[in-house]
Design a protein around this ligand. Structure first.
Ligand code: GAF
Length: 381
């Protein structure tokens, strides 16, 4: 059954349109977005697709193909943070963010399908939010641009779902372009689309999903963010982005706690790595980014302390098998890693990771290629 037919079967009405939003993988720039810093995600070919039909009244009905838990029914005028459990909190949060921003919505039925892996650190939540926002924006003629949509989706996640994430994932899903990485300044949201064609340089970028479930809601992410904000306040800057690389040592000397020093060192050095990777990609020297990716992993493992044994093993095993660079990607505590390898060396790196996982008694990882794909869009009817 196609999604269109499924929509009609569940809701008794043909969808008026379908909208797709991708998951993302981040090349470099981790835990920098809530410090006003720099990030460099690319959209994956995996998308969440939402079909929508309007309905009379002010009820929002939500159905996910993946979850046989039935249809969630929510009154638009009763949406409030903390009241909607499970996956429906994301679409409901988007409607809430739109309504509280003063936009006019009516009743709607939304049917959701997705092939973005969940819990894999690949932004399935942002893909769901952005696809829903796009569907509501187009259908109710709200006239919002991609950046406004990303900001509203972050507001949904922060204020309604309760995850204190930064802006990277929503901007990646809304604004990435096929064949490019999105070099984003998360302070003013200025973007640079940098061409990213690994095949042309004889390279491959692989995503390794460790299948260790990653959850940002358990407090560790929020604690990292709070330490960074407290350190910025202590250093008298608006955000850690304002500490330049050459100002790192004096800044560290002013921080009392070792934990704060480590977190600050990660953020400042990571922003510097994003700039260096951007310069190499502009010069079509992607091969040379490998050591920067690996340095980013070590910083996330040792200074930011958001890695886990499975992610570390992907990095160690792939590098030992000749990969050019590797790092965890996304929030961490599980989820996925990326591996940059020579095209002809990629199979050996994948085999080495699979072998190391088997030897360690871990579940086999899922591996696929990161092909830079389009951001959110309306699909042809
Ligand atoms: C998660 C968050 F949602 C992002 O905002 C970002 O902070 C990322 O972790 C870490 O770079 O994906």
């Amino acid at each position: 059954m196609t999604a269109r037919t499924a929509h009609a079967t569940v809701f008794g009405a043909e969808p008026e349109g379908r909208w797709a939003a991708p998951g993302r993988v981040n090349l470099i720039g981790e835990h920098t977005d809530y410090n006003d810093g720099f990030v460099m995600p690319l959209a994956l070919p995996h998308t969440t697709v939402v079909s929508l039909s309007r309905r009379p009244g002010r009820l929002l009905r939500l159905h996910s193909e993946a979850l046989p838990t039935g249809t969630a029914e929510l009154a638009l005028d009763e949406l409030a943070p903390g009241r909607v459990p499970g996956w429906a909190a994301y679409p409901a949060g988007v409607a809430w963010a739109l309504l509280t921003a003063g936009h006019d919505l009516g009743g709607a039925d939304l049917y959701v399908t997705s092939d973005v892996p969940t819990g894999a650190g690949l932004s399935s939540s942002a893909a769901l939010e952005v696809a829903c926002a796009l569907a509501l924006n187009d259908t109710f003629g709200l006239g919002l641009g991609a950046q406004e949509i990303a900001l509203l989706c972050r507001r949904a996640e922060n204020g309604f779902v309760g995850v204190p994430c930064g802006i990277m994932d929503q901007m990646a899903s809304a604004r990435c372009a096929g064949g490019h990485v999105l070099h984003l300044d998360t302070r003013d949201l200025a973007i640079e689309q940098i061409p990213f064609d690994m095949a042309a340089e004889g390279l491959r970028l692989l995503v390794v999903d460790t299948r260790v479930s990653h959850r940002l809601g358990d407090g560790a992410y929020a604690r990292r963010r709070a330490v960074c904000e407290a350190a910025a306040a202590r250093l008298g800057v608006a955000a850690l982005r304002d500490i330049p690389a050459e100002g790192l040592e004096p800044a560290l000397a002013r921080l009392g706690k070792e934990t704060a020093r480590r977190r600050v060192r990660h953020v400042v050095t990571e922003n510097e790595r994003v700039s260096r990777v951007a310069a190499l990609l502009r010069a079509r020297r992607a091969r040379e980014t490998g050591p920067l990716l690996t340095a980013g992993h070590h910083s996330l493992r040792d200074d930011f302390e958001v890695s886990c044994p499975e992610l570390d093993l992907v990095v160690e095993a792939s590098l030992a098998a000749g990969a050019l660079g590797a790092r965890m990607t996304g929030g961490g505590f599980g989820g996925s890693a990326i591996v940059l390898a020579e095209a002809e060396g990629a199979p050996a790196a994948v085999a080495a990771v699979a072998g190391a996982f088997a030897a360690a008694g871990y579940r086999p990882p899922r591996v696929f290629e990161a092909v830079p794909s389009s951001g959110a869009r309306r699909l042809p009817h």
